[in-house]
Design a protein around this ligand. Structure first.
Ligand SMILES: NC(=O)CC[C@H](N)C(=O)O
Length: 305
């Protein structure tokens, strides 16, 4: 295993060039108007090593919303503040083999969210974040992450307005079912919080800094909770595609429909990508191709190589 810090800029450029060709296999999300404006061919990557080296390439100045890439971090916040016993009363740890916003699965599970990486779990946990209003909750999480990870996330108000315009019926139905099952207090506040934290935005460097918070012992978040979040990213982070990529890549990964993809290399660093073209599961295609190439060539899989 060569390790993350041995990569060369020549290799990086080759992996980026190859990954870019995969964008044509994907499609930019069209149900959120502001996201639908993204250029499918954009690609950016930032590799942050624990020992301090930083490698980046592509359109690295792009600012994009985390969307579901925020879910590991609302989970991390709640674990750090409330512990596993409390948090896992609210959500399970089982992988899901259907779409991340499946109401049918929640009904089949009698209202108990299967895991924190799908919408039912994330909406439930959003409702548990501290704060009088949804804005207080979102700002508090944003400040906590920026302070712990040294990143500069901000709420993209234009993106939030576009998400609110869509007024996702499926998320509303999920929230209503969660409330009936006793997992939510205030449906409107839960959805508003969830939509706001999904619209926390930054660059690939910001996302990589968040990833470093999960990758290494740092005294800012407990090792036990980093371990839980990494494990749930590995088993649930790419939704129904998680098992396939656990085999092909072997790293904790979380995606977002805005084009974000974060891979954690435990003990070594983090790989953050931005590529808006998505596959049918809602995962960024070019970003997955990049992470698969770098993981295989450098032997990064947690299962050895
Ligand atoms: N997978 C995602 O990134 C989904 C996030 C988006 N806010 C939604 O609920 O549909």
């Amino acid at each position: 295993m060569r390790g993350l810090e041995t990569l060369t800029t020549t290799e990086l450029s080759a992996w980026v060039q190859q990954a870019r060709t995969f964008a044509r296999k994907g499609k930019v999300i069209d149900r959120i108007p502001q996201l639908a404006l993204a250029d499918a061919n954009l690609f950016a990557v930032c590799v942050l090593c624990a020992k301090g080296s930083v490698y980046s390439e592509g359109e690295t100045s792009c600012i994009f919303p985390l969307m579901s890439a925020v879910k590991p971090f609302s989970l991390l916040y709640l674990l750090q503040h409330l512990g596993t016993e409390t948090v896992f009363q609210w959500v399970g740890v089982e992988p899901s083999d259907v779409a991340f916003n499946s109401l049918e699965q929640l009904v089949k599970d009698r209202g108990r969210p299967r895991n924190p990486m799908i919408n039912s779990g994330a909406i439930t946990l959003a409702d548990k974040l501290p704060g009088k209003s949804a804005s207080d909750r979102s700002q508090h999480l944003c400040q906590w992450l920026n302070q712990r990870a040294g990143c500069q996330l901000e709420l993209d108000e234009v993106m939030l307005a576009s998400v609110r315009l869509v007024n996702s019926q499926v998320n509303r139905d999920i929230a209503r079912y969660l409330a009936q099952a006793g997992y939510l207090e205030d449906i409107e506040k839960a959805i508003d919080t969830y939509e706001q934290i999904c619209c926390l935005s930054g660059t690939v460097e910001d996302l990589a800094r968040l990833g470093l918070l999960l990758a290494c012992e740092n005294g800012r978040v407990a090792t036990q909770y980093r371990r839980y979040v990494n494990a749930l990213m590995l088993t649930c982070g790419l939704y129904e595609a998680s098992p396939q990529y656990a085999l092909q890549i072997g790293l904790p990964i979380k995606s977002g429909v805005g084009g974000a993809l974060l891979a954690v290399v435990p003990g070594r660093g983090a790989i953050a990508c931005y590529s808006p073209a998505l596959d049918n599961a809602g995962n960024p295609v070019a970003a997955l191709a990049f992470v698969e190439a770098i993981s295989q060539d450098l032997g990064l899989s947690i299962f050895g190589n």
